[in-house]
Every structure is written in C-alpha cells, then in structure tokens.
Design a protein around this ligand. Structure first.
Ligand SMILES: Nc1nc2c(ncn2[C@@H]2O[C@H](COP(=O)(O)OP(=O)(O)OP(=O)(O)O)[C@@H](O)[C@H]2O)c(=O)[nH]1
Ligand SMILES: [Mg+2]
Length: 420
C-alpha cells in the first residue's frame, strides 16, 4: 500500500464519521445559507473539532464563499480542505539538528509512548543515526524490558537502571553515554502520569532541568503523546502538560481506531501546539510525520478521486521501485513478520506465555537471519570493492581501512559517483 493510501486507510473512521456526514450535508443543500453553516458547525463539533475551532472554520468558510462568489454547496468541500490545511500548518518539523539531540517523550498511561519511541528509533536508525534510548520509566521492571526489546529491534543502544531508580539519573547517564559514544539522538521514555498529579509533573521538570544543564544549546523536543480515542480529553491533557513540561509537539496515536481525529484541529488551533507525528496502527512504520496537506487530503478526498490517484501513482512507480534501504531494513521486515505472528497467535487463542515465547523465538530467528544478510552484504561489498579497485586503480591502503558498514556505504557512494 502506498504512503498516502495508508494514511487514508488509517483515518477511515474519522473520515466516515465526520467528513462522510459533511459530504452528505453539502449534497443535501441546493444553496449556501446560514442553515447550512449551522449544521456544518454542529457536525464539526460532534467530530471533536471543538466548539471554538468549529466556529472559526465556519467563519473562514463564509468569508471565502463571499469573496469568491461561490454558490454551489458542493464546492465547500474543497474550501474546507484548504482552510483545514492552513490551520494545521506550521511547526511540524522535528528539531534534531545538534549532536546529540534529545527527545523526551511524555504523556498519561497507555497512550503509546514506548511504542512511539520504538517506531521513532527504527526510523532514525534507518536514516543512519546512532540512537540511545533512556529507560526513564523506572516505575515497573516490565517497562524497562519493553523498551529493551524496542532497542534491540530497532538497533539502538539502551541506558537503564534498576526499577524504582530516579528517572532524572537515568537521563543523566544516557546523556553521558551519548557524549562518550558520539550518539546523534537520545530518546527518553517516561512513566505514564496523570496530568493532575503534582509530584509526577515535578519529576518531569527535574528531567528537563538535567537536560538543559547537561546539554545547553542542544536541540530538545518534548513530545506529548496523546491517544486520539480520548477526543476532547486530549485537549485538557495538552493544557496541563504544556504548563508543566513546556512541550514542543504532539504525537497523536491510535488515529486508526477512532472517529475522533478532528481533535488534531482543536489542539493546534486552541493551544497552538503542533502535531509532529501521527500513529495510524501498531506496526513499526505506522508512525508517520504529520503532513497537514496530506492529512486534510486524506480526510476530504472522495473515493472516486482517490482511486484515480492510486491508479496514476501505480503506473508511475511501476518498474521504478528500487530498494535503497540500508542493512537494518531486513530487521524491519522481520518486525512486521513478528507482529503478524503475534496477531495470529492471539487469534488462535494462545496464552500470553505462549505468545511471548513465540515472539522471542521469532526475534531470535530474525536476529540470526539479519546477521546472515549483513555478512552477505559485506561480502558483496568486498567483491565490488575488489572489482572497482582494479578498474580505478585505487590505492589499497584506502580500502584496507574500510572495516565498518558505514565505511562500506561511504565507499560505495564514492564508487557510484566515480562511475557516473
Ligand atoms: N491501533 C494503534 N495502537 C497503538 C498505536 N500506538 C500505540 N498503540 C498500542 O497502544 C498500546 C499501549 O502502548 P505503549 O507504548 O505501551 O503505551 P505507553 O504510553 O508507553 O504506556 P505506559 O508506559 O503504560 O504508560 C500498545 O498495545 C500499542 O501497540 C497506534 O497508533 N494505533
Ligand atoms: Mg511505556
């Protein structure tokens, strides 16, 4: 499935519930009048867009309808898409511009913090970054184990301490390790906490202070993870966390399981906090950078136009799809296979223990296979190196120093450039 199709599929429930109804509404009116806008506003409020934002959208629509002299209600859909895109735009880039950069991940219980970290880590490692995960959720031993599995899966290092230790101390250790190892990105997991628990919020402030003290001038993101299924409650959570921890962005998870995706608009418009990533499923590549234009398009495009677009892109990408993924990509595929095995086991009614055991086995197998593939890739690179050496007469000392995978990649790049 293509990238856009995936987002569209992930937003299906929101689209059906909210924008499906809007479409019917627009089709049922023959002219644009106040009643139409009243009903539209109601639908937006019902779709978790929030009262304030719904009103603002309708005011903007009225203005544009007047300015552009629009009379056909059906045309409002495109206007709506534009207004929503513009509303959502701004600030969605993630700042990881310094070495190291820090991403602190916070939020209430069970919203998807640890999973998001695993997915982010996999993305960064895939981009060739050295990632260190900090297990600063020290509440439960299981939380540390869970992060450890993600570190292993994604190819990141992990810094941890015992259950019950000071989360700020874990973050401190992770920063020291990042400096010593030349890591690019530190991602810190934290325990789920209710936004109205004062001492737990104070703990976040302490972690923040440690980061600012140890890495002054470094890029820092404080990402609040919100579960989209909670709808308007997500807005309240954002308010509280914003005051306590100075968040820089939102990760909105579980959009695939809810009709309340309209909450994205409320968060951006009411609280001026940008959404930076959206989660549209449990698979590793179901975390997507938030693209307002794409998001709005996925919500408003009708099925017919979508099919046309799909056919077009299919024709364009035929035969041209080249697999440029680095060596970690094979692990990536295995992660998907593993998740599939887990789902199947659940369907077969297996016990938690059996599922865990099977998962562990799948992971072991994946590791062995990934290692095998890595060795083979190395061998192939060596062979190419030998070939090119004779072709371009490269001096041998240069190639002899190329031992690591990265060097191999650099070398390959040079070789390819040389050949062009
Ligand atoms: N459908 C769906 N499920 C998700 C998504 N993101 C996370 N989940 C699931 O949500 C559940 C909780 O995820 P965790 O990552 O453990 O949540 P957490 O915030 O770390 O939880 P605590 O550490 O207990 O506070 C898991 O079953 C995830 O697979 C998403 O985008 N879509
Ligand atoms: Mg967690």
């Amino acid at each position: 499935m293509g990238f856009f199709a995936k987002i569209r599929e992930g937003l299906k429930k929101t689209r059906d519930a909210l924008f499906g109804r809007i479409d019917s509404l627009l089709k049922s009116f023959t002219k644009i009048d106040d009643e139409l806008f009243e009903e539209l506003e109601e639908l937006l409020v019902m779709g978790d867009v929030g009262m304030y934002t719904a009103e603002k959208i309708c005011d903007e629509l009225k203005k544009r309808v007047k300015e552009q002299g629009i009379t056909d209600p059906k045309e409002i859909r495109h206007l709506l898409e534009d207004v929503v895109t513009e509303m959502l735009k701004g600030g969605q880039e993630l700042d990881v511009s310094t070495k190291p950069s820090v991403i602190l991940v916070i939020g209430v219980n069970g919203v998807g913090k640890t999973t998001t970290i695993g997915k982010l880590s996999a993305k960064f490692v895939r981009d060739g970054k050295k990632v260190i995960l900090a297990a600063a959720d020290t509440f439960r031993a299981a939380a540390i184990d869970q992060l450890e599995i993600w570190a292993e899966r994604s190819g990141a290092d992990i810094i941890k301490q015992n259950e019950g230790s000071d989360p700020a101390a874990v973050v401190f250790d992770a920063i020291s390790a990042a400096k010593a190892r030349g890591a690019d990105i530190i991602i810190a997991d934290t325990a789920g906490r209710l936004h109205n628990k004062k001492n737990l919020m104070a703990e976040l402030a302490k972690i923040n202070r440690i980061i600012d003290r140890e890495l002054p001038g470094s890029a820092k993101e404080v990402l609040l993870v919100l579960d989209a299924t909670t709808g308007q409650n997500a807005v309240n959570q954002t308010k509280e966390f914003k005051n306590a921890a100075g968040i820089t962005g939102i990760v909105l998870t579980k959009l695939d399981g809810t009709a309340k995706g309209g909450v994205v608009l409320a968060i951006k418009e009411e609280l001026d906090v940008p959404v930076k990533f959206i989660g549209i499923g449990e698979q590793v590549d179901d975390l997507q950078p938030f693209d307002p234009e794409e998001f709005a398009k996925a919500l408003f495009m009708d099925d017919e136009s979508f099919e046309e677009l799909e056919n077009e892109t299919e024709a364009q990408t035929d035969n041209s799809e080249e697999d440029n993924r680095p060596a970690t990509a094979d692990i990536w595929d295995k992660i998907d296979a593993e998740a599939e095995a887990e789902r199947q086991a659940e369907l077969d009614g297996k016990s938690e223990e059996e599922i865990q055991r099977e998962k562990q086995e799948a992971l072991e197998k994946a590791k062995i296979e990934a290692e095998k593939e890595k060795q083979e890739q190395k061998k192939r690179a060596e062979e190419r190196k030998e070939k090119a050496k004779s072709k371009y007469n490269w001096n041998t000392s240069q190639s002899e120093t190329n031992t690591s995978d990265n060097d191999d990649d650099d070398w390959l790049k040079q070789w390819r450039n040389g050949e062009e």
